[in-house]
Design a protein around this ligand. Sequence first.
Ligand SMILES: [Zn+2]
Length: 510
Amino acid sequence: MRFSKLLIPTTKETPNDATLASHIYLIRGGFIQSVGGSGLYNFLPLGKKVLDKVRAVVKEELDKSGCQEVSLSFVTPAALWQESGRLEKYGKELLRFKDRKNNDFILGPTHEEMMVNLVRQSVKSYKQLPLNVYQINLKFRDEIRPRFGLMRGREFLMKDAYSFHTNTEDMQREFALMEETYKRIFTRLGLDFRVVEADSGAIGGSGSKEFMVLADSGEDTIVVCENCEYGANIEAAIAKPKHYDASTEVKVMHFKAFYDEGETKYVNFVLPKDIQLQETKACNAVGANDLIEAENVDTVAIVVIDEALKVNVPASNYKAEEVHYADISSVCEGDTCVHCDGILRYTKGIEAGHIFQLGTQYSKPLGCNFLDENGKSVPMVMGTYGIGVSRLLAGIIEQNHDDKGCIWTKESAPFDVQVIVSNIKDEAQVALGEKVYQALKEKNIDVLLDDRKERFGPKIKDFELLGIPYAVVIGKKLSDGMVEIITRAGLEKEEIVAENVVESIIQKVL
Ligand SMILES: [Zn+2]
């Protein structure tokens, strides 16, 4: 494609609200455009091209693993969410509206109900299972404070897959297959990532794993072992229990716990004085939806004592309707790995994928049943698997950029190579530019020819900002028969005999 014909509105202006590199460079590079500063984005030709490339990698690998793509209706009848019980529970992030007949609808932030509805209408027998269906479609979450560009927008492109099985063992087999499939996707996209155990609430164990793109700007703190593969979101991380003796000072923390239908309880957490409370673990320990620190507490319903104090702090020390022990402490850097005695460290990650063993949480209330071999009707066992496709664009750039702009990875780059004609008035340069452009196209290399009537300065700045892996610069040295190849990562330059440039690029790109 020719730069002169493409809509690539690059700019030097950094958007006011942008702090992350991906946000700044995707806007400045003309990949995306903010719509009224409200967490909504248009994808311009270059951004759409990257999105399609990332989408294609995701689709190829899922299809290879036997998943089937469908496309669900974008607008979701609220009645389906009523059936699953989520309509009331889901807060203001769910966008609700009415049609002209006064029927209630929502824009789905996730599509368990819709997919279960699709399957319950078309699958009746164990002979039709297992099944893994997915879509790559828009989702909407009415974030109170959308920020960080594509990282936390309100509308986003997501791949969500749902698998249906006759039993838990088969669902776990698919869960393991999806973990391997995701590893292939993230590896092909050139990402440095870690698979970590995630908080899975009531399900517990390794029922839920997140795929974290490692980046200092990541919002999630993850705990990783220096020695083995162990990794977990801080909310789910565990360490070898520390030993405390009877003289250990303890602290008691007061909270108000929130439950379904507005129910609240006062709860206390007891833990060693020098240890931090992990709020997600604490929430799970009292089965609440949310916790808020409280000051004046009259009647305490539940007391949870950290497991580390099991030997030294008897439950009889506390008066409440219920007193029990649970792991409610936050893992610290330097703690010991439960698997290998290695040292645990913190790192930062961007959650770009999540796989989850669902069980019958949705199939039961929505009546998604099948007839087993004995003709008995039983609910299907489900798994769910998400990838934030538009978020991946931000993740790739968070991990791959410098102070000049984007550095796309091989399979995500909008073009393989950019051919820059330095002086558009120099006939020999223009002629070679055309020749190289055509020759590369014939070899199926995706090439962008910068044929704009611009000076060399802005052209090279745009190359650095756009982050295409290689540039061929056809400039003054052509009079000596030489051109230059620049590798975007590291901005290394090499001089090449003009006649060999096509061959050199082919070797680098293929
Ligand atoms: Zn370890």
